[in-house]
Structure formats: structure tokens, C-alpha cells
Write a protein that binds this ligand. Structure first.
Ligand SMILES: C[S@@+](CC[C@H](N)C(=O)[O-])C[C@H]1O[C@@H](n2cnc3c(N)ncnc32)[C@H](O)[C@@H]1O
Length: 523
């Protein structure tokens, strides 16, 4: 058998005339894989590097080890920024599966496995790494990309349980984690066709493990310290909350009333063969069936909709902004809530979008253009006490504060956060939250409304910050969130309000975990 026939290592991948660093590494790795194959007796190696014999399995392992070696060499020798540009993930071993119908999936699993090496370093946001990897691997089709991304996100969501199961089995830890995660991202038949027989046998064995018999800490898929925080706040409900946070979020959209209505959008979605249901809590929200790509649809490009979690939509209703008012969205970021508030103001009055991160505010620009809003002024500030903020003290009708937080309530979308940050970050954040609330609250005139919100489920970032503020500022009073929403005919579900403050929880309310308190300046 000729070596170019039996391994199908891709040699013609040349995107530029001069080989890039990545291509040179790919070439090197391909050569190492070929050497390993020869050392293994020239046996057939398949697309995921899975071989039909133990000797060739060893060859796959050698190829993967070589890939790992390339990454760790690069890690020690190069500064991070250079590495990021070079795009070192070596998805180069392009071989075929034992059964031809398994080829594509086998390639996806290999790709996920290589990507996971970077992801598990937890030194960069997972969504950024996934996007970069998919950008660099145009050979993957839409369905392949979905499988790669879902496999990675499943590992991140269920890392403790999967790591427990991965204690048995052969091959690298990344390979085992990918195989375990892939069970929920594809069909059994497809998976069996894509992986080695011994891997399939192992997967079948571990699939019979009774997960409900594992310790709570493992089942929570949280670190011990995060679980302790949740338990302190929610007692026995900590596990159901953790389990809900470890699921994938549904796709919610908000209808932009400047351009359309919820009814009209739902009909337009139906014409595009997209099923949706009106959100239970947010009056302008629609929840889509599945997760269709909306970005290129007319409904999206026309500005009639924005993607926004139902809970996030509900928070902006709490502010109750009206036509012609002077309002600020403090901590506006990329403007998810700014757009909702601007539309509530019927595109009139003035809405300041403040944030310290100019690069985040820059993302608001195209969204504003699509939305048709012209009442928004984005201002990149130096700090919460920037002179441009101070100048407006006492002049505004309403301020929405979407404070920086642990983001624990958004784990359904950003499951890496719980591994990338420790609980020590919370103490630092609650100082920042207090400083921001102290300054931003000064923006409103007497009678004005302040909404303090986070996407956290921890009292230290939420109720504790608000209670301390009220204790130190007798000229502000808490307004019960039920009361604030009743004027808009929105009633909140059971368990969502405690001491007049809102805490949405995914296991109870099927939204991300959001907190909000409504304050009124009374003197
Ligand atoms: C939870 S995010 C905001 C998300 C945004 N409101 C949205 O709906 O898309 C918090 C934001 O606070 C900003 N931030 C951090 N410190 C700040 C400060 N001292 N003053 C104003 N904004 C700040 C961050 O840059 C970040 O964009």
C-alpha cells in the first residue's frame, strides 16, 4: 500500500502561496503522523486518527501527542498575541473512518479534540476560541461546525461528570471527553461509525453508569467553591439550579416596536418556516423552536428583531422609560438593553449609553443602525465618576445599571465562566458594583428611577449591594418590582420576587439568571 493512499493526510491545503506558520506546522505534524504510521507497520489510520488495530491506535496517539507537543512548544516559546495570530491548532491529520459514513463525524471529533486542548487552558473565553477555530477551519461545513461547537460546550457544561466517567478508557483525556460529550451531539449510529470499536465498547460501558448515584458535587458540574456559594444562597435548590445552568439556553428574540409588532414578526417567521412561541414573561419576546441562524434573514437585517434572553428583556421593562425622557443605560456594553430601552422611549428624548469599554460600545453602532433608533448617544467613559457623568448628576429621569458581575446567571451561554473564574472574583466585583451604583444613582433627579441589575444569582452581587446602598442613602427607596411592572400589565411568576426584588432563575423561570431592584430617589 502506498503511503499517500493509506493515510490521506491532506497535503494540498494551501490558502496562500507562501506557507503560513500554521501550514508549516500542519506539514510537520503530517510528517510525524506518517512516521508514526510507518512505525506502526503502515497500518490504516482513519479520519479521527482512529486505527483498526492496537498498533495503529498507538499511531493515532503518537499523532495526537505530536499535536500536543506542537502546542506546548509554542506555548512556552511565544507570547500569547503571536500565538493567537499564528492559529496553531493543528487539525491536520485528515484520515478516513473505518466506515465511510463516519468520515465527516470522525473529522469533527478530531477537530473538537484539538480545539479542546486550547479550551481547557481556560486562559481565553471559550466563545472566542471556538469562533477562531471555526474561522481557521473553513473545510468544516455548517453541520460539522455545529457538532464541533456543541461537543466543546457539552464538555464545558458537564466537565465534572464527564471527567469522572473519563477516568476509565484509553487514549488522551481530551479524546475521552470529546467522545463522551459527542453522545449528546449526534446519533448513536453516526458515532459508532466514526470511532474505533474499542472506543465504542468503552462508551457503551460508561453510558450505563448511574449518574444519579454520583455525589452531588460531581452531578452539579460546578467546582466545590461555586457549589458552596449556590448552596449558601439556595440550600437544596442549589442542585436543580446548577443543573439548569448547565443546560443550553433557548433562542429568544425581542421585537423592535420601532419597526414591527410581535404578531407581524411571528407571521414573518412562519413564512420563513421558523416556529416561535410568545414568551411567557416578556411582552415583546418570542422563543424560537431550535436555534436557527437568524443573522442573514430579512427579519433580522431589517432591524425588526434582536436576539435577547427573555429575562434580559423583562429587566428593561422595569425601568419603565417613556417618550421624551432623559435616560442613561450605565454599563451599556454592546447595547443589548440600550436598544430595548430606546424603543420603549419611542425613539424620542435622549438615551445615554455609558460604558468604560469603548470596544464594547463600538458593537452598538451597527445594531443602532439596524434598529432605526436615533435617540441614543454612546459615551465611552473613564470611570463611573467620569466628568461627563458628573455633569449630568440630578438631571435624568431614569438610569439602568447593568453592573459587571460574575455572569453566573448566564452559564447556559458561557459555561466556561465557572471554570475560568474563582469565587474570589465576587468580592472584587461587589466593590465595583457598589461604586457604580453610588455614582450612577446620582444621575437621577428627585422622583427619578434607578434599576440596578446583574446577570448573577449570588446575593453578594445582588440583594447585599442594594441593601447596603439603601442603608447608606436614605434619599432612595425601594420600589417593589411587582408594583413597577403592574403598570405595564406584567405579572411576575411565583418565586421570582423576594423582599420586593426580582431574581429570575433558569430552573424556575426558564430564563437566564437575572437580578433587578428598582429604586426611587425620594429626596
Ligand atoms: C453586564 S455587562 C453589560 C451588558 C450590556 N448592558 C448588554 O445588555 O449587552 C457590564 C458592562 O459594564 C462595563 N463596566 C465595567 N466597569 C464599568 C464602570 N466603572 N462604568 C461603566 N461601565 C463599566 C463593562 O465594560 C461591561 O460592558
Amino acid at each position: 500500500m502506498n503511503s499517500s493512499d493509506d493515510t490521506k493526510i491532506s497535503k494540498k491545503k494551501s490558502y496562500s502561496k507562501k506557507p503560513s506558520k500554521k501550514e508549516r506546522l500542519a506539514q510537520e505534524l503530517a510528517e510525524k503522523a506518517a512516521q508514526a504510521r510507518v512505525a506502526a507497520g503502515g497500518l490504516h489510520i482513519r479520519a479521527d486518527g482512529v486505527s483498526v488495530s492496537a498498533a495503529a491506535l498507538a499511531a493515532r496517539q503518537a499523532a495526537l501527542n505530536a499535536a500536543r507537543g506542537e502546542i506546548s512548544d509554542a506555548t512556552t516559546k511565544k507570547p500569547r498575541s503571536t500565538r493567537a495570530q499564528a492559529g496553531l491548532s493543528p487539525t491536520v491529520v485528515r484520515i478516513e473512518a473505518s466506515s465511510p459514513q463516519g468520515d465527516r463525524l470522525a473529522q469533527c471529533l478530531w477537530s473538537a479534540q484539538v480545539l479542546l486542548l486550547d479550551i481547557l487552558k481556560f486562559d481565553m473565553a471559550a466563545d472566542k476560541l471556538v469562533s477562531r477555530h471555526l474561522r481557521e477551519h473553513r473545510e468544516l461545513g455548517a453541520r460539522d461546525r455545529h457538532i464541533v461547537a456543541e461537543t466543546i460546550y457539552t464538555v464545558l457544561r458537564q466537565k465534572r461528570v464527564l471527567s469522572h466517567l473519563a477516568q476509565s478508557g484509553g487514549g488522551t483525556l481530551e479524546r475521552r471527553l470529546v467522545l463522551l460529550a459527542a453522545r449528546s451531539c449526534t446519533t448513536e449510529t453516526a458515532l459508532q461509525a466514526a470511532i474505533a470499536e474499542d472506543e465504542w465498547t468503552w462508551l457503551s460501558q460508561v453510558s450505563s453508569v448511574d449518574i444519579s448515584a454520583l455525589p452531588v458535587a460531581v452531578r452539579s458540574n460546578m467546582s466545590d467553591e461555586w457549589l458552596a456559594q449556590l448552596t449558601a444562597a439556595y440550600g437544596e435548590a442549589a442542585l436543580p439550579l446548577a443543573e439548569a445552568l448547565n443546560t443550553s439556553a433557548p433562542l429568544d428574540i425581542r421585537v423592535n416596536t420601532i419597526k414591527s409588532s410581535r404578531e407581524a414578526v411571528q407571521v414573518a417567521l412562519q413564512h420563513a418556516e421558523l416556529e416561535s412561541t410568545p414568551c411567557a414573561l416578556a411582552p415583546l419576546g418570542l422563543r424560537l423552536n431550535g436555534k436557527p441562524a437568524l443573522q442573514k434573514t430579512d427579519i433580522f437585517t431589517s432591524g425588526a428583531i434582536e436576539v435577547q434572553d427573555e429575562g434580559s428583556q423583562l429587566l428593561t421593562h422595569l425601568l419603565g422609560a417613556k417618550r421624551g425622557e432623559m435616560v442613561a443605560d450605565f454599563c451599556a456594553g454592546a447595547g443589548g438593553k440600550t436598544l430595548a430601552i430606546g424603543a420603549m422611549m419611542r425613539n424620542s428624548g435622549r438615551l445615554y449609553a455609558f460604558d468604560t469599554a469603548a470596544h464594547r460600545l463600538a458593537k452598538l453602532k451597527p445594531r443602532l443602525a439596524r434598529s432605526g433608533l436615533s435617540n441614543v448617544q454612546a459615551v465611552a467613559i473613564d470611570s463611573e465618576t467620569d466628568v461627563r457623568v458628573k455633569r449630568l448628576y440630578g438631571k435624568l429621569d431614569r438610569v439602568f445599571i447593568d453592573a459587571p458581575c460574575s455572569g453566573l446567571g448566564t452559564l447556559r451561554r458561557n459555561p466556561d465562566l465557572k471554570w475560568r473564574h474563582g469565587v474570589d472574583s465576587v468580592a472584587r466585583l461587589s466593590n465595583i458594583q457598589t461604586n457604580i451604583l453610588n455614582s450612577a444613582a446620582k444621575l437621577v433627579k428627585i422622583g427619578g428611577t434607578v434599576v440596578y441589575a446583574t446577570c448573577s444569582v449570588l446575593p453578594t452581587e445582588n440583594q447585599d449591594v442594594v441593601k447596603a446602598f439603601l442603608a447608606a442613602h436614605p434619599n432612595y427607596a425601594l420600589v417593589d418590582v411587582n408594583e413597577a411592572l403592574a403598570v405595564q400589565n406584567i405579572s411576575l411568576p411565583e418565586g421570582a420576587v423576594t423582599d420586593g426584588m426580582l431574581q429570575l432563575l433558569p430552573h424556575l423561570h426558564h430564563t437566564d439568571g437575572f437580578f433587578a431592584a428598582c429604586l426611587k430617589r425620594i429626596a
